[in-house]
Design a protein around this ligand. Sequence first.
Ligand SMILES: CC(C)(COP(=O)(O)OP(=O)(O)OC[C@H]1O[C@@H](n2cnc3c(N)ncnc32)[C@H](O)[C@@H]1OP(=O)(O)O)[C@@H](O)C(=O)NCCC(=O)NCCS
Length: 185
Amino acid sequence: MNDLTHCGTIEIATERLYLKRIEKCDATSMHSNFASDDRVSQYMSWESFKTVEDVEKWIDEWQEEYKKDDTYYWGIYLKPSNEIIGTVYLLTEDSIAKVGSLSYCIGYNYWGNGYTCEAVKAIINFAFTNIGYNRVEAYHAKSNTQSARVMQKVGMKLDGTLRQRCKTFNGFEDCIYYSILNEGY
Ligand SMILES: CC(C)(COP(=O)(O)OP(=O)(O)OC[C@H]1O[C@@H](n2cnc3c(N)ncnc32)[C@H](O)[C@@H]1OP(=O)(O)O)[C@@H](O)C(=O)NCCC(=O)NCCS
């Protein structure tokens, strides 16, 4: 039985951030803050966007996805300026086993301020409390030690390594999997 409670990408506020749906008017900030930057895209599933128009098309695709209530894709916005500095995705990997997976990125100029940890903690809470996942997982390429720190700092535990499971600028790389369980959360 699938008894996950989906509600779509709803707004969540943290101490320093708003997590909310991305809109067309964010395209210029997205482009300049992270979407055109290889230092950010190198570990993501998308390639850097050359123009603001390319980012607008990407946002259009997300407007369609936002119509589904089991799709979760937040822009990370700084308070109080409302400037978009990154994104967090939450996808259902397995609705029977109630497994969700996380992916995130943030603009280079904003690294090292704890913003990603703040956003991811709020999303994990949402994933357990609102949707009802039993397990939330994430993985990083072995060379991506910053992402490993995020996973560790939000309370995720190391599950193991899948050999050469991703391809990055380094070529084939091992993927390191982490997870957090509802049990004991
Ligand atoms: C991974 C990423 C999201 C981390 O974002 P962030 O906002 O800097 O993370 P936080 O500030 O919340 O901190 C996470 C940890 O990383 C550390 N960190 C941040 N930038 C760092 C850097 N350039 N070098 C080393 N460590 C760094 C932080 O200091 C912190 O650890 P610490 O407190 O033990 O020192 C960001 O680097 C990024 O967007 N990278 C490109 C996309 C990506 O890799 N996404 C994840 C795919 S798995």
